[in-house]
Design a protein around this ligand. Structure first.
Ligand SMILES: C[S@@+](CC[C@H](N)C(=O)[O-])C[C@H]1O[C@@H](n2cnc3c(N)ncnc32)[C@H](O)[C@@H]1O
Length: 342
């Protein structure tokens, strides 16, 4: 209960006066008005005379729908401020990284997230992505005991396992952008496809001749194949399991040439640039992804240009897609390849 001043008015004038007080900013909207047989009592901020009888009484607080999971938790103040502000939601799974100091509260944090997101059915404690397959260790801390889900973005539906496969919902806008750039009948090579989110978005929203979707992780490939069928793009996407270095050799033998190449393997993509150039058609566009701080950008571009022989690389745009760590950004270079006379 909260003690407050209130306007006492006859019931039949209640709604009109309530609206007027609200417009004037005088009504305490977080408190529930009270009534008896004749009168209604509208809680107001102290102060001005407004021509009605003012009384003082106790009011019940309205039950507010919590806006953030933090509103549901009641940790000691010095720990409350360590709660992460953001977390990813993939399908119906929330993935949160929790600082060591509050690891003792994981269950409470998980349940708080479940209570504010009706569409979230699982909450996982997540470690950063690591290793060749760019996967993350996760632990279910609340909700159903599973790590598989169905994620939807821009009309594409993706089955995936948040523990066994890489996936970032924060790249959805980037996938949509790339799909919009693909011209009719392009051959597209997605060198590191994961569960095939780029490949499927390109096939569904662009009009490529074919998208080759390559990945080394057998789990990712299993989901990629399922997703290609589920999204009805089997005529447009060929899923290939293997090491991109090896698959490119096979492409060279078969004479496969690409008009567009996606290189979404931050930290290592530079080691695959020469593979990309082996299959790049003249005028091919490479979308090269890396995690860099601003000072590293020029160096990385010089390095890429120096590494590539017999071709001219032109960086047409540099885009920051998301923050990766303080002052480090997931960055995309759109690069055009022009073949030089031998
Ligand atoms: C950052 S993830 C990107 C996945 C996908 N493009 C996406 O946006 O969700 C990089 C992927 O590259 C794969 N990978 C790593 N090394 C590889 C290699 N040598 N050959 C093929 N795939 C590789 C990993 O398994 C992982 O799925």
């Amino acid at each position: 209960m909260v003690r407050s001043q209130a306007v006492k008015i006859e019931k039949n004038k209640g709604e009109t006066v309530r609206k007027r007080l609200k417009e004037l900013g005088m009504l305490k909207t977080h408190l529930l008005p009270k009534k008896n047989d004749e009168n209604i009592f509208l809680p107001i901020h102290d102060g001005k005379k407004i021509g009605y009888q003012i009384v003082e009484m106790d009011f019940e607080e309205k039950k507010r729908k919590p806006r953030s999971y933090k509103d549901v938790l009641n940790l000691p103040p010095e720990l409350q401020e360590l709660l992460p502000t953001s977390y990813d939601i993939i399908g119906d799974i929330a993935l949160i990284k929790i600082p060591d100091e509050i690891l003792g509260y994981t269950k409470e944090i998980g349940n708080a997230i479940l209570s504010v997101h009706k569409n979230v059915k699982v909450v996982c404690l997540s470690k950063p992505v690591a290793g060749e397959y760019r996967t993350r260790d996760v632990e279910v801390i609340a909700g159903e005991k599973r790590t598989t889900t169905l994620h939807r973005e821009y009309g594409v539906e993706l089955y995936l396992d948040v523990e066994k496969t890489f996936f970032s919902p924060r790249l959805a806008g980037e996938r949509h952008r790339i799909a919009g750039l693909v011209k009719k009948n392009e051959t597209v090579v997605d060198m590191f496809t994961g569960v095939a989110p780029f490949a499927i978005m390109v096939a569904k929203q662009g009009s490529p001749k074919i998208v080759y979707a390559i990945d080394k992780n057998p789990d990712a490939i299993e989901f990629a194949k399922k997703n290609v069928i589920h999204n009805r793009v089997i005529d447009k996407v060929e899923v290939i399991q293997g090491d991109t270095h090896e698959i490119v050799k096979e492409f060279v033998d078969k004479g496969v040439k690409a008009n567009r190449i996606l290189m979404n393997l931050p930290f290592s993509a530079q080691n695959f640039l020469n593979d990309a150039l082996l299959i790049a058609e003249d005028g091919c566009v490479i979308h090269y992804y890396d995690v860099l701080n601003e000072e590293e950008i020029d160096n990385r571009i010089s390095f890429l240009k120096k590494t590539s022989k017999n071709v001219k690389l032109e960086v047409k745009s540099i885009r920051t897609i998301k923050t990766y760590a303080p002052r480090e950004f997931y960055t995309c270079f759109d690069i055009t390849v022009t073949h030089m006379p031998a």
